[in-house]
Write a protein that binds this ligand. Sequence first.
Ligand SMILES: Nc1ncnc2c1ncn2[C@@H]1O[C@H](COP(=O)(O)OP(=O)(O)OP(=O)(O)O)[C@@H](O)[C@H]1O
Length: 267
Amino acid sequence: MSLLRCARVSVVLGGRPVVSDASFTVEPGECVGLIGPNGAGKTSLMRAIAGRLGHGGRIALAERDAATLSPPSRARQLAYLPQDREIVWPVSVETLVALGRLPHRGGATGGRLNDAAAIQGALARMDLTEMRKRPVASLSGGERARVLLARVLAQQAPLLLADEPAAGLDPAHQIALMETFAALAGEGRAVLVSLHDLGLAARWCTRLLLLDRGRLVADGPPATVVTAQTLARVYGVEADIRSDAGGLLVTPTGRVANRLTPESRLR
Ligand SMILES: Nc1ncnc2c1ncn2[C@@H]1O[C@H](COP(=O)(O)OP(=O)(O)OP(=O)(O)O)[C@@H](O)[C@H]1O
């Protein structure tokens, strides 16, 4: 059973197609990286999947038409971390993370114990246990990002959608984040994560989807998607690409000389 099935998903914004005919599935056990240059349509696609943006085509969550799901049923199936990191509530770290449990309220008895375990587990995974009593407003940007991640982890949905969760995190916490995603996949859940850091995407994701001007132009294991030719064509960069026992190592090293502009590529 696929956790996510997108069939010819399209999004139009301001009268312009920003996602065109995206078709793919995400299976349990996958950590899928969504990559592509600025404006490629990554956020728009994720917002459509999360039910926050109108779209064409069909989206199914665990083989059920997403359009027919109530908000709580959708939230039990899919946890979404938006790119926007603003936190307006004057609450503690622990209280904010506990909000991730809201879709589970009213469930079976023993819910509170499950809630406590899910909240403590999410805090620990994001290295927040010691700061759980602190007001969120007093945290640094990267610490807040980890709190918002902990909230979606506490939701314990089978599918996690995270839009640029690594932005603003230091290297140790970036790696811890990707280890967490790999662990969730290892538990039979799935992650769809947009990333600008090609090194993180290529090393940690089991599969990559590459968007270029709204179109899905590559879908496969990192080694088949992140090639010198693709990076030059889509991103206009040269890169050092190697592999070791831990996977691919990708470091962009410079811009391709005389890169064609998107406008001239269309001619
Ligand atoms: N409200 C809007 N009205 C018109 N165009 C929009 C609107 N929101 C986004 N766009 C355009 O849609 C395109 C896709 O944007 P989107 O945010 O999905 O890209 P992205 O791949 O997530 O980019 P980034 O890597 O910069 O975050 C961009 O060209 C953007 O300018």
